[in-house]
Design a binder for this molecule. Structure first.
Ligand code: ATP
Ligand code: MG
Length: 301
C-alpha cells in the first residue's frame, strides 16, 4: 500500500494510548506533550505520515461504503481548544462527504430535554457503510453535567430516579448502549484529546489576539477552565468506567496538534482495517448481466 514508516510507527504507537479495560487507568500517566518517536523537527515526516494515513482512510472508507455492512462511529471529547475541530477537519479531509457526517452536540434544546439523553445522539448515528463523527456526545452527560449539578436539574428527571448512584447508572447504560451498537454492526472508537492546562492557556491567548479566531472565544470557556480539576476527575472516572474492548477510549496527547492528527488518523485506519472490508463480489448472474449491458453499450451510440 506504500505507506511510509512514520505512519506505520504511529500505528504501533496507538496501543500506548488505547484503553480497553479502565479499572487502573490514570490520566496522569499520559503526557499531553508526548509526540512518540517524532519531534517537532520532523515536521515533513509528520506531514507525510498524516497524508498516508488519510490516503489509507479514503481507500478504506470507499470499501466500507461499497460493502454497506459496518458503520464506524468516532466520538471526540475534550476540553476547549484541545483541537477537536481541527483534528476532525484534517483527518477527514479527502474522505468522500457522501459517506461521512459530523454531528456536534451543544447544550440540549427544550425539545431534547423532553427526551432521554441518548435520543438526540441516536438520531445522528451513522448508517451502515458510513462514518459518523460525534463532536462531543452523550458523554457530556457524565462530564459537563457532572461538573455542573444545575444542568442535571434542568433534565426534568423524576425525583425518585435521582436517589441512586446516577453516574454509575449512566456509565452502565452507556456501556450497554455501546455493546448493543457493536452487536449491530457499528464499530466505535472514542477519543479524549488530552491537552494540558498550560497549552490551553496559550491557545486561548492566541484566540484573543487573532481576529480570525476571536469569535471562537467565550467567557464560558474561562469558567470551565476554572473547573479544570473537576473535569479531569470526571474524565478519568468516565474512561475507567466506559472503556471496553469493543468501544475503546484513546487518550491522545493534544499539546501538539500535528501529532494528535496522526494518532487520530492511525486509530481510524486501524479500526477500519479490523473490519473484514472488501468490495462486494458479483454473482455469476450479475456478471452475465453486466456483460450484456456492456455489449449493448458498445453496439449502440
Ligand atoms: P469550540 O471548540 O469551538 O468551543 P465546542 O464544542 O466547545 O467548540 P461550544 O458551542 O463552545 O462548542 O460549546 C458547546 C457546549 O455545550 C460545551 O460547553 C458543552 O459542554 C455543552 N454541552 C454539550 N452537551 C451538553 C449536555 N448534554 N448538557 C449540557 N451541556 C452540554
Ligand atoms: Mg467551546
Amino acid at each position: 500500500m506504500g505507506r511510509d514508516r512514520p505512519f506505520e510507527n504511529a500505528r504501533k504507537l496507538i496501543k500506548r494510548y488505547r484503553i480497553t479495560r479502565g479499572e487502573t487507568f490514570r490520566l496522569r500517566d499520559v503526557d499531553p506533550s508526548d509526540t512518540g518517536e517524532l519531534t517537532s523537527e520532523d515536521k515533513p515526516r509528520a506531514q507525510a505520515a498524516l497524508r498516508s494515513g488519510i490516503d489509507a482512510l479514503v481507500r478504506l472508507q470507499d470499501m466500507l461504503y461499497a460493502q454497506d455492512r459496518w458503520a464506524l462511529l468516532a466520538i471526540f471529547q475534550a476540553m476547549d481548544a484541545a483541537g477537536k475541530d481541527s483534528a476532525i477537519e484534517h483527518v477527514m479531509s479527502g474522505v468522500n462527504p457522501a459517506g461521512c457526517r459530523v454531528a456536534s452536540f451543544k447544550a440540549p434544546s427544550p425539545e431534547e430535554l423532553d427526551h432521554d439523553y441518548l435520543w438526540r445522539c441516536e438520531r445522528e448515528l451513522p448508517e451502515r457503510g458510513r462514518i459518523g463523527i460525534f463532536n462531543r456526545s452523550y458523554y457530556e452527560e457524565v462530564l459537563v453535567v457532572r461538573v455542573h449539578p444545575e444542568l442535571l436539574a434542568r433534565e426534568k428527571l423524576p425525583a425518585r430516579l435521582l436517589e441512586g448512584d446516577l453516574w454509575k447508572q449512566r456509565y452502565e447504560d452507556i456501556r450497554h448502549f455501546e455493546r448493543f451498537m457493536g452487536r449491530n454492526g457499528t464499530c466505535i472508537v472514542k477519543f479524549f484529546l488530552h491537552v494540558s492546562r498550560g497549552e490551553q492557556r496559550r491557545r486561548f491567548l492566541e484566540r484573543l489576539d487573532d481576529p480570525a479566531k476571536q469569535w471562537k472565544f467565550s467567557s464560558a470557556d474561562l469558567e470551565e477552565r476554572a473547573r479544570w480539576k473537576k473535569y479531569m476527575r470526571a474524565y478519568e472516572q468516565m474512561i475507567r468506567a466506559t472503556a471496553s474492548e469493543n468501544a475503546p477510549w484513546y487518550v491522545v496527547p493534544a499539546d501538539h496538534k500535528w501529532f494528535t492528527r496522526i494518532v487520530v488518523a492511525a486509530v481510524m485506519v486501524d479500526a477500519l482495517e479490523s473490519l473484514d472490508l472488501s468490495y462486494p463480489k458479483l454473482t455469476p448472474a450479475q456478471r452475465t448481466e453486466l456483460a450484456k449491458i456492456r455489449r449493448a453499450l458498445v453496439a449502440g451510440d
